[in-house]
Write a protein that binds this ligand. Sequence first.
Ligand SMILES: [Zn+2]
Ligand SMILES: [Zn+2]
Length: 138
Amino acid sequence: MRRKSYSPKPKPPINRSPEEREQVMRRLVVGAVGNRDKRLSGYREQSLKLYPWICARCGRAFDQTNIIELTVHHKDHNHENNPADGSNWENLCIYCHDNEHSRQVEFQLNEGNMSEKDEQELAKYNPFANLKELLGQK
Ligand SMILES: [Zn+2]
Ligand SMILES: [Zn+2]
């Protein structure tokens, strides 16, 4: 179906309601938090200098054209813990990184708070570890 004519919506007047103004304020606050994250994100550059541009999970290699998709994961999930030797960092592609965190969220939802031992187990967890088993059982 083809529209014969369309009229652009008239621009709304700049008269902002209190609700709208509150929304704008909220966006500004979120922006400020974003800037804070940016300041803290110096660790990303450091980690990219320390470690090869390769996802530690799936092994995908990155270069200047797609490095934006390579992120730095904090092994202990504490973004404030940034030792200079990089021992708390892991370069993960955005997909594996997402996976890493959703796994933890699931874990917490199922089991409640994690004990230290559970966290160690989780750190050792390899998503492909029982894949062979599963395939073998078939
Ligand atoms: Zn990956
Ligand atoms: Zn992470």
